[in-house]
Design a protein around this ligand. Structure first.
Ligand code: THU
Length: 130
């Protein structure tokens, strides 16, 4: 699957966003190493802090179905129908990604391709607790 195809899957997923409080729709498209695609959207709540980001929705869907190895994730976010401005993953999502993904995990935004380590050069993980 090309970066553009993965990004367009994220844009489509953003169409499912439950974002009535912020009005900001986010979609994520997560590709497993076995080639399976999981998508997710942000899901807000009247108790704002319970909001779940699109990336974590996609990752939790995948993990709950037995997939824990990921090759790439595309993210699209916008207040409008225009997803051309890059939407970077938040810190909470980066931490959740870091649980399952190595430094080379591909992150596709509207302006190109990045690695997890571009956003999270160091990480808190199980090694940190030894
Ligand atoms: N949001 C995401 O879905 N992913 C991110 O990485 C950043 C923020 C959502 C959460 C909230 O519903 C809205 O964007 C505004 O913060």
């Amino acid at each position: 699957m090309s970066n553009e195809e993965l990004f367009q899957a994220a844009v489509k997923a953003a169409g499912m966003a439950y974002s009535k409080y912020s009005g900001f729709s986010v979609g994520a498209a997560l590709l497993t190493v076995s080639g399976k695609l999981f998508t997710g959207c942000n899901i807000e709540n009247a108790s704002y802090s319970l909001t779940n980001c699109a990336e974590r929705t996609a990752i939790f869907k995948a993990v709950s179905e037995g997939h824990t190895e990921f090759a790439a994730i595309a993210i699209a976010g916008s207040m409008t129908e225009d997803y051309s401005k890059p939407c970077c993953p938040c810190g909470a999502c980066l931490q959740v990604m870091s649980e399952f993904c190595g430094n080379d995990m591909k992150i596709v935004l509207s302006d190109g391709e990045y690695k997890l380590s571009d956003f999270l050069p160091k990480r808190f993980d199980e090694e940190s607790m030894k």
